[in-house]
Design a protein. Structure first.
Length: 292
């Protein structure tokens, strides 16, 4: 169900509020450019600084605007298990296709605590769950044995967004959970190797800015056209790197404003506008990718 280039969408803000018209336009553009799914309210969407009401509204807008053209994987994570369940119920009511549920951050739960968190959610809501493993932000790691246990016990835990950067995990997770378990890269820069080892796509930051190129890259990987995929990887790599030269999603919103000048570029504190050096790096990467 979930594969290919799936942008982790930015959330457009104007005058401190979600710009619904701009967000709807972004959804349409992404689909027209070949994105095969959408993730609203992830890290790149600044979900950490949204109210619960804003969060759930953005998910609903995304589902409405996508109108069944591509699946919507709604960001639903929290370090409070009860709030994560509230987000999952809201996403299900909005008719999202799945929930993206990050490992709880800041609390630093044990492997047993992680198991209890995800098991509690999976047992109470039958919306398909994509687990999100990003130790660099959450501090904790969803270990391979834990992933196997969860996938085996809960049929609605259907996949993983892997942002560990550890490519060996792709094979280990495939052997533990089976080839039908959906593995999506959480890192654009390693998506080529990730796919070669059994991944089926990427929940992408770069696709916000270069949706057609990212979709073409994923299609080449899917079809085994590795020479084409490598050429696209080389073209996109400077942009993958540039978008993290300052706190995300600052560089992403700046890059998007270069490609689509009508998009609002507001950020919510504590994220600030990227530095001049970061913006210059983004500018060069956009030129290399042929986007400006």
């Amino acid at each position: 169900m979930f594969s290919g280039s799936i942008p982790a969408l930015v959330t457009p803000f104007r005058d401190g509020k979600v710009d619904e018209a701009a967000f709807r336009a972004l959804v349409d553009w992404q689909i027209e450019q070949g994105s095969s799914g959408l993730v609203p309210c992830g890290t790149t969407g600044e979900s950490a600084t949204m109210t619960i009401e804003e969060h759930n509204r953005v998910v609903r807008i995304c589902v409405e605007q996508a109108a069944g053209r591509v699946p919507v994987i709604a960001g639903a994570g929290s370090n409070d298990t009860r709030i994560a369940l509230e987000h999952m119920f809201a996403a299900q009511a909005a008719q999202a296709d799945a929930a993206l549920v990050v490992a709880p951050y800041y609390n630093k739960p044990s492997q047993e605590g992680l198991y209890q968190h995800f098991a509690w959610l999976a047992a109470r809501c039958d919306l398909p769950i994509i687990l999100y493993n990003i130790p660099g932000r959450s501090i904790v790691d969803i270990g391979v044995p834990l992933l196997h246990r969860l996938a085996e016990e809960f049929p609605n835990i259907v996949g993983l967004k892997d942002a560990t950067g550890n490519l060996g995990r792709v094979t280990a997770q495939r052997l533990a959970c089976g080839p039908a378990f959906c593995q999506l890269s959480g890192n654009d820069e390693t998506a080529l190797a990730f796919n070669a080892m059994g991944g089926v796509g990427c929940i992408s930051v770069t696709a916000n800015v270069a949706p057609r190129l990212c979709a073409d890259f994923q299609a080449a990987c899917r079809d085994g056209r590795w020479d084409e995929a490598l050429a696209l990887q080389d073209r996109l790599y400077p942009l993958h790197d540039a978008l993290f030269t300052d706190a995300s999603p600052g560089p992403v919103k700046y890059a998007l404003s270069r490609v689509r000048p009508e998009m609002p570029v507001e950020l919510r504190l504590p994220i600030t506008w990227p530095s001049g050096a970061s913006r210059a790096t983004v500018d060069r990467a956009l030129e290399i990718a042929g986007l400006v």
